[in-house]
Design a protein around this ligand. Structure first.
Ligand SMILES: [Zn+2]
Length: 261
């Protein structure tokens, strides 16, 4: 995805629910050791991406002699610096992984669909920044539904898990700063910006970690994972726990913000 995009956001909760169901509702589980299911999900993602992107390709790589794949789609003007929006599609052990990370992948489907009018031709070299969608569908308005790596943070962020979080590393990155500011200003959903040292537990538990390691400016959009969602890495991470109305607003905010970068 490249900067300078324009689109109007309009994510429909019923549509993202159907997409999530198609993604996660499989006979097996999309784990590293069930490559039949994992590859079937990969192919579904390729199909979804191809519907809206001009270029969709697979990047295969080997781990312990087993082939795994990233799926890449391009939209936008490739002469501009690139913004990478990513989400992992595998699960940890035999779970549905509705929130972790089916919601992130569906976020990508929607972003692509809503930004599809921007044609692209080939790869661009300069990376403007990376955004990781890591669990974007679990919310609660109950008191004490939100936990924190450090208890005192509750005073600043509140005890209700009814917001989305934009997480970035302390003292780093123009892209991350700009994205988090514009996302919050888009006001599609209650948003908290969270800036912390990388040593804080949870802050680097997603794919932006690899970008940080290589010096890229990267950020994570998340419902805070296990600090809120008790179903994290459990068999109970199922589609009925997802708040599709709020998730749609998270995606709308994403699309609105991408068009402003
Ligand atoms: Zn995850």
């Amino acid at each position: 995805m490249t900067s300078g995009l324009m689109a109007s956001a309009q994510t429909i909760p019923g549509v993202i629910e159907t997409q999530l169901d198609a993604l996660i509702n499989r006979e097996g589980y999309r784990t590293y050791d069930d490559t039949v299911t994992l590859n079937a999900v990969r192919d579904y993602i390729v199909d979804e991406f191809s519907t809206h992107a001009d270029v969709t390709c697979r990047q295969d790589y080997l781990v312990n002699d087993v082939t795994y794949s990233n799926v890449i789609a391009l939209v936008g003007d490739t002469t501009l610096p690139r913004i990478i929006v990513g989400a992992h599609y595998d699960v940890c052990e035999n779970q549905h992984g509705a929130d972790d990370n089916g919601t992130g992948v569906v976020g990508l489907f929607q972003a692509l669909e809503q930004l599809k009018d921007y044609s692209s031709e080939d790869y661009c070299i300069e990376v403007h920044g990376m955004l990781s969608l890591e669990m974007i569908g679990y919310f609660s308005t109950e008191k004490k539904s939100q936990h924190y790596p450090i208890g005192i943070l509750k005073l600043f962020y509140g005890g209700k898990g009814d917001y989305i979080t934009v997480v970035r590393k302390m003292n780093k990155g123009k892209f991350a700063r700009k994205f988090s500011r514009k996302y919050k200003h888009s006001k599609t959903i209650k948003t908290k910006k969270f800036t912390a040292p990388q040593s804080l537990p949870g802050i680097d538990f997603s794919d932006h970690l690899n970008y940080w390691a290589l010096g890229y400016d990267a950020i994570m959009l998340t419902d805070t994972a296990f600090f809120r969602n008790a179903n994290y890495h459990q068999g109970t991470d199922t589609i009925d726990t997802i708040d599709f109305d709020r998730m749609a607003k998270v995606i709308d905010g994403l699309v609105n913000t991408l068009e402003l970068l």
